[in-house]
Design a protein around this ligand. Structure first.
Ligand code: ZN
Ligand code: ZN
Length: 212
């Protein structure tokens, strides 16, 4: 059982690169049996009120987050009320997240290794600076290759860093490709941040038959 949340999605409303209408995201998430979805646009955070309107009369929970570019790679931030910049130095983003009592997750931290011909060095991957600044990292991202996923599992295990799953979906057919199954229901972003800090969740990749 548990409470299944796709932690990483983009809609047309906030990410130019996305084809997903917010209402389609909601109906597709309900079809898939997801309990919640985090909308993590590149550019701006959704207002809580707008998210409530989208899910009115349904059982779905929507959470506002943001994907921020840093010098060491993308991070997902939650619980940062409109204060996060679109891009920034990772230390500065971490400071803002801490001030807001939010949470920060490394998005697809090993994507650079998914390219054929790029040698994998696990020790080097373990030393990737971004991993020192985050509360958890995406062990499963919907766009990741198997090679990237296997490396992520090994690095996170070695570092004792928690892993989450998110589809990084930009279109309805990829929604829920990976998700995070929380032990307890989440009623809002505050619950989400608390659950991410508690570690009471598992990352799920149905397509690869993996859990972490
Ligand atoms: Zn990204
Ligand atoms: Zn993304």
């Amino acid at each position: 059982m548990g409470f299944a949340v796709d932690l990483h999605t983009h809609t047309r409303h906030g990410s130019n690169c996305s084809y997903m209408e917010p209402r389609t995201l909601v109906s597709r998430a309900l079809e898939l049996g997801l309990d919640g979805v985090c909308i993590t646009e590149h550019n701006a955070s959704w207002e809580e009120e707008a998210l409530k309107v989208l899910v009115e009369g349904t059982s779905l929970q929507l959470f506002a987050g943001m994907e921020v570019s840093t010098e060491w790679g993308d991070v997902l931030v939650f619980g940062v009320d409109g204060a996060a910049p679109r891009t920034g130095a990772v230390e500065e983003v971490r400071r803002i997240v801490d001030e807001s009592g939010g949470a920060m997750i490394a998005a697809h931290p090993f994507r650079r290794y998914s390219v054929a011909g790029v040698a994998i060095d696990v020790d080097e991957a373990c030393r990737w600076p971004l991993l020192r600044f985050v509360d958890a990292a995406e062990v499963f991202n919907g766009i990741s290759t198997r090679r990237e996923v296997e490396l992520a599992q090994e690095v996170l295990s070695r570092l004792g860093l928690r892993g989450v799953g998110g589809s990084d979906s930009h279109a309805p057919h990829t929604l829920g490709a990976c998700y995070t199954r929380f032990d307890d229901p989440l009623a809002g972003v505050g619950d989400l941040v608390a659950a991410l800090n508690s570690g009471r969740f598992r990352a799920v990749h149905p397509g690869m038959g993996l859990e972490f």
